[in-house]
Design a protein around this ligand. Structure first.
Ligand code: PBG
Length: 332
């Protein structure tokens, strides 16, 4: 008669013991859920701290095979590679993106040659290579050119696929770029190279530390609001995702992460493709700053944050905390 009401129902019964909490957990976080972004720079044996991302470094290429082996040992399935391009290689047209011997291509080849069993994801966008810091080609009148940029992005994707990229991830937010890149990959026989589309990427202040990390911060004129999404919108995110899937994306991404969990949840419920969330540099920096100030328990909030993405329906998370989280999960 009282079924469903107190005392027949006591919600605390299932929470009373660790084994029970484990048994009824609705989601589980594992190292296989993590993608580890790495920053790369020129040099030998270099591990350069990034001021705005304490605990994150720019690595020279010779260090990458070791890090890839570390990821494999921790059960992290995939690395994302981001180059720090020296100023003299930045041009208005971002031509360095197409250089078969650019940092990213050399990094891809070095990791592949090491035999480490990890997937390699590379960003498609011109901002690491442009002198104006934009993701696309900048016209004299201040517009970012869409179709002209797409033609370059296709060549950038092919350049990275030839060097061994397993997943290309267009992060530029040009219209139609997924279809163009897919056609380019098929045309050269890269039938198994995945496209993870940064489908719902917002014009966010949370990318600040990343722009320092890749050295784009000082160059960027204006903002990216004519191509990245308005933070006030969510229906538009679903349109972006639907288009990228129709154009040939294998998986989609929502970015930033925690402030956009509602978007992650909406996309995961509505679309039958893997949905990834990027817990971005500013989110990392916030948490690290609070932990360093003794305001938060770093390990606890890292795992809590990542579990929240799983609860929202994410298939995986790009996070700078990937190695720490994997270690904590292994120790549990
Ligand atoms: C490049 C790119 C950005 C990020 C990933 N790829 C920055 C931007 O769009 O300005 C941000 C990642 C982060 O903040 O951690 N297009």
């Amino acid at each position: 008669m009282n079924q469903g009401r107190f005392p027949a129902t006591r919600m605390r019964r299932l929470r009373a013991a660790p084994w029970s909490r484990e048994m009824v957990a609705e989601t589980r976080l594992s190292p296989a859920d993590l993608i580890w972004p790495l920053f790369i720079r020129e040099g030998e044996g270099v591990e350069e701290p990034i001021a705005t991302m304490p605990g994150v470094f720019r690595h020279s290429i010779d260090r990458l095979p070791g890090l890839a082996k570390e990821a494999e040992a921790l059960g992290i399935p995939c690395l994302a590679l981001f180059p720090f391009t020296p100023a003299h290689l930045r041009t208005p047209g971002g031509e360095e993106a197409l250089n078969p011997d650019n940092l990213v291509c050399r990094a891809l080849r070095a990791i592949k040659a090491s035999g480490a069993n990890v997937g390699l994801l590379t960003d498609i966008a011109l901002d690491p290579y442009t002198s104006h810091g934009h993701d696309g080609l900048l016209h004299d009148d201040g517009r970012i050119l869409n179709d002209e940029t797409n033609a370059v992005l296709v060549q950038q994707a092919l350049n990275q696929a030839r060097a061994g990229a397993d997943i290309v991830a267009p992060s530029d937010m040009m219209d139609g770029r997924v279809a163009a890149i897919r056609a380019g990959l098929e045309g050269e026989g890269f039938t198994n190279v995945q496209i993870m589309a940064y489908a719902a990427k917002y014009a966010s202040g949370f990318y600040g530390p990343f722009r320092d990390a890749v050295g784009a911060g000082g160059y960027l004129k204006g903002d990216k609001k004519t191509y990245q999404m308005d933070p006030r919108n969510s229906r538009e995110a679903c349109r972006e995702v639907a288009l990228d899937i129709a154009e040939g994306a294998d998986s989609v991404m929502v970015k930033p992460g925690l402030p956009y969990l509602d978007i992650v949840a909406a996309v995961a419920q509505r679309f039958d493709v893997p949905v990834f969330a990027y817990c971005v540099s500013g989110e990392y920096a916030m948490l690290e700053a609070a932990a360093a100030a003794g305001m938060l328990d770093r390990e606890r909030v890292v795992l809590e944050t990542l579990a929240a993405f799983k609860r929202a329906g994410a298939s995986g998370i790009l996070t700078y905390h990937a190695p720490l989280a994997a270690q904590l999960l292994a120790a549990r």
